[in-house]
Design a binder for this molecule. Sequence first.
Ligand code: ZN
Length: 229
Amino acid sequence: MDVQKIKRDVLDYLSSKADVPSTPLSDFLTPLCAYPTPLEEYTKGLLDLPPNRRMSSEVHPPIPPGDHKAYMQYALQLAKRSPPKSTNFRVGALIVDADKNEVLASGYTLELEGNTHAEQCCLMKLARQYNLSEEHLAGVLPENTVLYTTVEPCAKRLSGNIPCVERILKLGRGIKTVYVGVKEPEKFVGENFGRMQLEDAGINVVLVGGLEKRILEVATAGHKDKTLD
Ligand code: ZN
């Protein structure tokens, strides 16, 4: 068996797919050489998850089911990856299948290209995984999909970008509950009507308390005036 050829074939196959897992190829090439099923069949299973969902290369820590504070702590960890910047808050967010206790997507402020917010990054990543536009995600999201975000989703954006509340509302009731770590400080856009808009649309908004101080410290790390009282 020509191992080099198999390696090339696998690389060709994987490079034709978006969101290629970052697993080192050498880790699974050795057993693959002895695998009797055609290569295409074997690798297909690694990338195509039902329904048409591609595997994400992201690894998430195990979190006990329904442990909202632990999820919020994980979102806070993500927020810390966001580059400090004086014009926005460093926020972390997770979209979770609450029934299966599975993280579907994670995100943080400025993770993806553009002036991206954490919730926006989660939705953009999911849209890419499913190869759908963001507003069509509602059709594929699990029954009990919830969002965790360290700071209440924005209802207005100074940059003209679509606010995160509007993005969530566009999913219909695709997201059932939004868990927030703190309400959005009113520094940039004045009072946040996001919570009211979400609740009016039948989406629960639940404050997960206990991490407010730390969340605000992380959120405002790039700001000159760190006292956002
Ligand atoms: Zn936002």
